[in-house]
Write a protein that binds this ligand. Structure first.
Ligand SMILES: C[S@@+](CC[C@H](N)C(=O)[O-])C[C@H]1O[C@@H](n2cnc3c(N)ncnc32)[C@H](O)[C@@H]1O
Length: 285
């Protein structure tokens, strides 16, 4: 199966280049939400056919297999999981992790694939998960339509986005101190429209993709961005903005790190983390 032939987006490049360090920087941030999604009804069982769409290094896939470990040992195999991502380096990471964890052959099937153009047949999946992927897509409606198309009737999609990036205001305030000449236009911003911070954007994208409004529920769930220490936390906060600060002087980059650290609340400094809040949608076909 093939990935997109369209030009790579900034998100694609970022994740292709950061696959090797993704787990270190994300720690449990996305896994917390993956586990939350997996606990929502309808939960997968041994007969489910599951898509982990924009799977990254497999936070959802491996959380899912973890919950099936006992069942597997007792004789029934785990469900089949398709883990796909546009970044080949992410797909490789899933393959390597499957080997390290001795996941039985055939349980996790991987492919480099564009979420806007899934290579699966109509009505394939009972469960379709996409954890923090949809907002990166140039055509999120098309991705939602692909999710809808490939779900079996009665199957469920679970899609997460960010409601609050707990570091964004601090990042911008720090930039204002370090580079007072920067304009509002220059300020740090996510790689996607800030409309995605609203529930409506998620819900309306799913509706535009073919789901019915009354079959969609959206709820908020807290998690945290955690660093191994304060420097690690600042590195994690800055990871998606690497390109932006590449053009800054060495002195500005170092000062930025210090100003961010000083701007964290006492509690954030003690925990080496900042709070994040996700939206999690469940949409039934
Ligand atoms: C924030 S990561 C989330 C990864 C994983 N789902 C998790 O929970 O940790 C976003 C992922 O979306 C992938 N991605 C970006 N654009 C994509 C596209 N057009 N199709 C499929 N995946 C894409 C990136 O390569 C990256 O792995």
């Amino acid at each position: 199966m093939t990935a997109s032939t369209q030009p790579a987006t900034a998100a694609q490049e970022l994740y292709e280049n950061s696959a090797a360090i993704y787990d270190r920087h994300n720690k449990d941030t996305t896994t917390t939400i993956a586990r939350f999604m997996l606990a929502l009804a309808p939960q997968p069982d041994n007969d489910s056919v599951i898509l982990d769409n924009a799977c990254g290094t497999g936070a959802l896939t491996f959380s899912l297999l973890g919950t099936f470990q006992t069942t597997h040992q007792s004789g029934r195999g785990p469900p089949s999981v398709h883990a796909v991502d546009i970044a080949p380096a992410m797909v490789d990471a899933v393959i390597r992790k499957s080997e390290t964890l001795n996941v039985p052959e055939g349980v996790v099937q991987t492919a480099a694939m564009d979420a806007q153009n899934l290579s699966f047949a109509d009505d394939t999946f009972t469960h379709s998960y996409m954890n923090f992927g949809i907002f990166f897509l140039p055509d999120a409606t098309r991705a939602a339509a692909e999710i809808h198309r490939t779900l079996k009737p009665g199957g469920a999609a679970f899609i997460s986005t960010w409601q609050t990036l707990g570091y964004l205001d601090l990042l911008r305030a720090s930039q204002r101190i370090v580079r007072p000449r920067d304009t509002d236009e220059d300020l740090f911003r996510p790689m996607y429209s800030e409309k995605w911070f609203t529930e409506d954007k998620l819900r309306n994208t799913l509706i535009a993709g073919g789901f019915e409004d009354h079959h969609i529920t959206v709820q908020a769930k807290s998690t945290a961005l955690v660093g191994s220490d304060l420097d690690g936390l600042v590195g994690t906060i800055l990871l998606p903005f690497g390109n932006k600060i590449d053009g800054w002087s060495q002195e500005e980059r170092m000062r930025l790190r210090d100003v961010i650290k000083e701007g964290l609340t006492e509690e954030e400094q003690r925990r080496c983390s900042v709070d994040m809040v996700a939206f999690v949608a469940v949409a039934v076909k």
